[in-house]
Design a protein around this ligand. Sequence first.
Ligand SMILES: *[C@@H]1O[C@H](CO)[C@@H](O)[C@H](O)[C@H]1NC(C)=O
Ligand SMILES: CC(=O)N[C@H]1CO[C@H](CO)[C@@H](O)[C@@H]1O
Length: 417
Amino acid sequence: MLKQIPLKYNQAESTKFLILTVISIVFIIGVLVASAVIYCMRHRSHHKLKEKLTRLATDTGSEATATYQELCRQRMAVRTSERPEPMHSSRINSVSSQFSDGPIPSPSARSSTSSWSEEPAHSNMDISTGHMILSYMEDHLKNKNRLDKEWEALCAYQAEPNACTIAQRDGNARKNRSNAVLVYDHSRITLKAENNQGNSDYINASPILDHDPRSPAYIATQGPLPSTVADFWQMVWENGCVVIVMLTPLTENAVKQSYHYWPDEGSNLYHIYEVNLVSEHIWCEDFLVRSFYLKNMQTNETRTVTQFHFLTWLNQNVPESSRTLLDFRRKVNKCYRGRSCPIIVHCSDGAGRSGTYVLIDMVLNKMAKGAKEIDIAATLEHLRDQRPGMVQTKEQFEFALTAVAEEVNAILKALPQ
Ligand SMILES: *[C@@H]1O[C@H](CO)[C@@H](O)[C@H](O)[C@H]1NC(C)=O
Ligand SMILES: CC(=O)N[C@H]1CO[C@H](CO)[C@@H](O)[C@@H]1O
């Protein structure tokens, strides 16, 4: 068959065939060259844009503003040249999300974070939101007056409703570590009384909602007391928690901050919850990670729970470096990734340090999801609606602002050069 085919062509036909082939090859080469040229041009303008972004992240003052304005112009230009026809709102969204997805090297970032490196995790942060946050922070840190005013306004904020009658009931009062931070009646974690050693549903712990009104993103709680350890593990069990963030040393200047609620080695039984220490990994002098095997002795079900323990953040204070806390947060979130259960966050009263941590994490998570508007003070009020005393001092609030700015800066810097 194959051999017969050429015989069917006469001379004229094969010449025609040859010419056609040459023309199509020339055409294909032409298309390839043209697209290569277009790609290079695009790539270069994106590259320049990225250079600007990185510079902007480290720049200060009016130069940054000028660069930012130019960035906005360029961005508009990119949008209009890519979409010459009138844009629908859905298109605007897709352009901007494409734009902010583009520069982030997801595969390499993922593989390197798996070795516990300190890079920021994959982020869909909207670049212009990132810059707005940076200039807002810059302004705040330069202008102490503004920070003072904002803090005053936050202190005057009254959560509504704010009744804490259940926390003050006879049987419950002794289960509170601090008089200042009681749980609101309308926003508290309840235990299944029938599984509780004291047949009570009370624990000083508040669900903290983020975007999903049905399931809390965090549970902010006090450091367990000797009498509430079993309640604590019951809460961990009943809420399906797998990550505990502990932000306090056990004692500070001889003042107890939290009961030692896990076994130093082997296992301990707290009511019907058996906790087995599987491993302890000291990352640095500031924090360590413990892994527990938690067993419900009533049902024989088991679960692994990881506790991230930050050691050097003292009550009413801020950590020495925001970088260390951000690194700690990245490790927590890497462990948590893909889950939907609440993260347990506790310090001593479960409000000062815990509130600061939750504020930072919540704002950065919103940004990583591409939020276009970030209002840190409003986010804190939202936290205070759910648990009193979240973020206790102006210094803690300022620390949260600094930490957010630093992480945004790191994300912008991690854009490929
Ligand atoms: C749990 O395990 C123990 C010991 O293996 C067994 O006696 C008990 O029946 C189990 N309970 C349930 C609810 O499976
Ligand atoms: C340990 C303890 O009892 N702490 C406090 C719990 O809260 C009440 C107020 O409702 C205080 O009186 C307790 O001292």
